[in-house]
Design a protein around this ligand. Structure first.
Ligand code: GTP
Ligand code: MG
Length: 200
């Protein structure tokens, strides 16, 4: 897919403040610090688009980017960040769940998973929640520059095994590295295919 235009549109504190449903929408979710905002900057080759931080919890709102006057990409706050109060965490997670369950033009949710780690309970639970709710997903293994290839494949296999306990078939799994610029084309092609299928 050729990217002609990328514009930051709006940051929304809740679903009710999200823009009118005029475009197909794709969202990025995942644990805090997994690399969601970095992936947005990689996809659109612009380091200043989404705010990145080594401190987890940087993204606290639903951030909308409008692409090619045709679709939205949404950067969501991360889940599983320990360093906030329970109440704050609960209200964030409620806000994200509300968005995921009710946003009607949501075509696919990319769940980002840190490729360096063994399957994390919180990720599996989140992926299973999306599956149970029949929300279309794809997975992105992030930070692959930080792990040897063999270990990466082992971790992907462990994740697959874990998911197959609940899933009959596996979602698409992408690999990305924001620092080495890997994965952007595959992900954009996938979005492009979904968009063109939706027109048929
Ligand atoms: P929240 O907004 O807090 O939920 O985090 P996030 O998921 O948006 O993560 P963010 O993109 O801000 O990245 C977190 C940290 O990981 C930053 O220090 C990034 O530079 C680093 N990072 C992200 N992606 C990669 C990657 O592919 N490779 C490497 N080496 N570092 C990465
Ligand atoms: Mg972020």
């Amino acid at each position: 897919m050729k990217i002609n235009k990328v514009e930051f549109l709006i940051s929304c504190p809740s679903l009710s403040k999200c823009p009118d449903l005029n475009y197909p929408e794709f969202a990025l979710v995942g644990r805090s610090n997994v690399g969601k905002s970095s992936l947005i900057n990689l996809l659109f080759n612009n380091k200043k688009l989404a705010k990145i931080s080594s401190t987890p919890g940087k993204t606290q709102l639903i951030n909308y980017f409008e692409i090619n006057n045709k679709w939205f990409l949404v950067d969501l706050p991360g889940y599983g960040w320990a360093k906030v109060s329970k109440t704050t965490r609960a209200s964030w997670s409620k806000m994200i769940q509300n968005y995921l369950l009710k946003r009607e033009n949501l075509f696919c949710v990319f769940v980002l998973v840190d490729s360096r780690l063994d399957p994390q309970k919180i990720d599996i639970e989140f992926i299973n929640f999306l599956g149970k709710e029949k929300i279309p997903i794809a997975l992105v293994m992030t930070k692959i520059d930080k792990i040897p290839k063999r270990e990466l494949e082992q971790n992907i296999n462990k994740l697959k095994t874990e998911l197959l306990k609940n899933w009959e078939s596996l979602p698409e799994i992408f690999k990305s590295s924001s620092s080495k610029k890997i994965g952007d084309k595959d992900i954009l092609n996938y979005i492009s295919t979904i968009l063109s299928n939706s027109l048929n």
